[in-house]
Design a binder for this molecule. Structure first.
Ligand code: SF4
Ligand code: SF4
Length: 157
């Protein structure tokens, strides 16, 4: 009798396993035709950096260098300069004259983003970072201000 119950239990396990297989088959393929088909990322996904502006066009970065200090790998280089009151670049006294991110050093920890008091530097969703030479991994301020995929969700002012 014990053998009969064992057989039924095994059959039940097989049916259960086949049910899992059937559900997976009906759910359709999980793969996507990348790069033709874009890949969705989670809202808090961290990839290529972006420098943000205010709606009036002024740069958010005030050249305080807190991001540079917070970076554990020394991937950020900032050189600040005084704003010309007649033609300010940012709302603060200073702005970032030079802002560079070395992607060869970056570990995408997000510490720079956390350290920034004005949400100027953020990690965006652009993960297509391949380039043909090492210099391409050094992002300039111009590149950071003009991201390819400007879709970072930030908190309201
Ligand atoms: S994400 Fe981390 S490692 Fe990369 S630049 Fe920012 S602080 Fe540095
Ligand atoms: S990005 Fe933010 S933390 Fe870095 S220098 Fe500019 S204002 Fe300061």
């Amino acid at each position: 009798m014990a053998n009969v119950s064992t057989v039924f239990r095994e059959i039940g396990a097989v049916v259960q396993a086949m049910g899992v297989t059937l559900r997976a088959l009906l759910a359709g393929p999980l793969t996507v035709q990348y790069p033709e088909q874009p890949i969705a990322v989670y809202p808090r996904f961290r990839a290529r950096h972006e420098l943000r502006r205010y709606e009036n066009g002024l740069e958010r970065c005030i050249g305080c260098m807190l991001c540079e200090a917070a970076c554990p790998t020394g991937a950020i280089h900032v050189e600040a300069a005084e704003n010309d009151p007649a033609h300010p670049v940012s709302p603060g006294e200073r702005y970032a004259k030079v802002y560079e991110v070395n992607l060869m050093r970056c570990v995408f920890c997000g510490d720079c983003e956390t350290a920034c008091p004005v949400e100027a530097i953020v990690l965006g969703h652009d993960f297509e970072l391949a380039v043909y030479d090492r210099d391409g991994f050094l992002l300039t301020k111009e590149q950071l201000l003009n991201p390819k995929v400007p879709n970072v969700v930030v908190r309201a002012e």
